[in-house]
Ligand binder design. Structure first.
Ligand SMILES: [Ca+2]
Length: 482
């Protein structure tokens, strides 16, 4: 266990005594806002061009985690992992769209034992076995590009219904997931003010594509502001822990679906009036989303199950100077294209293992039909594409990638074969293998799914999710791990 004070009951770790909350319940309400495919593009995370006043205000009111990472750059694996405190491959949800298995508990099940009333609205992506663990599935939908009025009314009703009990409410926005329609979303971000990351094209179609993504983030930001106003008007803010994060990186080439930081780093903000110091920041070590479940259970006074991988970081809410994890782990599996990628990340290094190194990087279908993708392909045809931009189209690719994140934050310079880093690479590879053993990861050769889309053209090959093909022929000397 790595988190400072994480073995202590949360109340003992707080500098501000819970008694100060008067007659309020010691168990906080927990309100989670989760974006769908948002990267680090928020004003409070250093993007000077995007308009996110409400999320920025949350950061000013609470604790902003600088180094938080998801366990997968894909929606359903990431969400089921954070909801169960385990890695997706440990619970059989590692391939996109795979529903939770019967009997696998998520956060609301455990919280119910502590007297919580739970609800979920909008995107879930864990399947019916997850849905039924909530007391309420709150009706809400987008109409004409905006969240309908009924959504806010039902949200308000849920809050009223929860009175007398602590609540756990999960709000899964579908912004800024593709497809984008600029006519259906207020255009509040200027394409000309955007600087694309270096691995994308700096052209008009990519800038317009990024502006559409920014606009959907801004729309979600407005919805968050409105929901927080309703919470405040009901006088329920004081004992409510508000959490904001994303489920995977932005829906652009080399981001969502990749294990680069652009795929797995997430904004993570915790706000709790009177308990978390406004404007505080955690940057000492790393945070993994696999620890969210244990943290919420800790705050609710519940001991996490023994087989839960995640550990509580509740102690950091009171003392953000405490140490986070030394290393985080993440995985990428089938997502329109089959993959078996694993990574370990420390503060300095990231080591990535690509089992299918003979193939180009598998890209999610919504990205390989995006204007940003086509603009890169045009540059490739014209011979103007740079090597780092070409990387996702190249095969074979490296089996092992190693990046020095202190000098190469975009992970463009693979130093796996640079002698001065070989010792570190070996240590990280050993850590990765141990994690795979500890979490019962399957070997890469054990089973496959067919690709749904061509890896180079993005052309759809199948309309349905191809079947899992278990018991593939094993190699002569099968390795359990890389
Ligand atoms: Ca997503």
């Amino acid at each position: 266990m790595n988190y400072t004070k994480s073995s202590l009951p949360f109340a003992l770790a707080l500098p501000l005594p819970l008694a100060a909350a008067g007659q309020e319940s010691a168990k906080p309400n927990i309100l989670v806002f989760i974006a769908d495919d948002a990267g680090m593009d928020f004003g409070c995370y250093g993007n000077p061009n995007i308009r996110t006043p409400n999320v920025d205000r949350l950061a000013a009111q609470g604790l902003r985690f600088r180094n938080a990472y998801l366990t997968s750059p894909q929606s359903s694996p990431s969400r089921t992992s954070m909801m169960t405190g385990r890695f997706a491959h440990s619970i059989g949800t590692e391939d996109l769209h795979t529903p939770l298995n019967p009997g696998t508990q998520m956060i609301p099940s455990w919280l119910r034992e502590a007297g919580y009333f739970s609800g979920s609205m909008l995107k879930t992506h864990w399947g019916p076995e997850g849905d039924k663990q909530f007391d309420r599935m709150i009706p809400a939908k987008y109409e004409q590009g905006d969240l309908n009025e009924e959504a806010f009314a039902h949200y308000s009703t849920f809050l009223d219904e929860s009175r007398g009990k602590p609540f756990f409410l999960w709000v899964g926005f579908t912004d800024p997931h593709r497809p984008y329609d600029r006519n259906l979303c207020p255009q509040v971000n200027d394409p000309n003010s955007i600087t694309p990351p270096p691995y994308l094209a700096d052209g008009p179609r990519t800038r317009e594509d990024l502006a559409s993504y920014y606009d959907e983030i801004s729309r979600m930001d407005g919805h968050i502001g409105r929901m927080l106003d309703i919470l405040r008007q009901k006088g329920m803010s004081r004992n409510t822990l508000i959490v904001f994060l994303s489920d995977n990186g932005m829906p652009f080439p080399r981001c969502k679906g990749s294990l680069y930081d652009s795929g797995i780093q997430t904004p993570l903000i915790f706000v709790w009036d009177g308990k978390i110091r406004p404007g505080s920041e955690h940057s000492n070590g790393l945070i993994s989303a696999v620890d969210l479940a244990a943290t919420f259970l800790d705050l609710a006074g519940i001991k996490p199950p023994q087989d839960m991988y995640g550990k509580s970081f509740a102690g950091l809410l009171a003392d953000p100077s405490g140490r986070g994890r030394e290393a985080i782990f993440a995985e990428r599996n089938w997502h329109d294209t089959d993959e078996y990628i694993r990574c370990v990340r420390t503060e300095k290094y990231k080591l990535i293992y690509n089992a299918y190194y003979h193939l180009p990087h598998g890209t999610a279908a919504d990205l390989s039909s995006s204007p940003s993708w086509y603009e890169l392909k045009e540059m490739q045809r014209a011979g103007t594409i740079r090597c780092d931009q070409l990387q996702i189209f190249t095969a074979p690719r490296p089996m092992v990638e190693l990046y020095d994140l202190e000098v190469d934050p975009y992970e463009l310079n693979n130093i796996a074969d640079v002698e001065m880093h070989v010792k570190a690479a070996r240590q990280l590879a050993a850590q990765l293998v141990q994690w795979q053993k500890d979490t019962r990861d399957h070997p890469a050769w054990q089973r496959r799914r067919l690709d749904k889309n061509d890896r180079i053209t993005g052309f759809p090959l199948f309309s349905e999710i191809p079947p899992l093909i278990p018991d593939c022929p094993s190699p002569a000397n099968p390795q359990e791990a890389p």
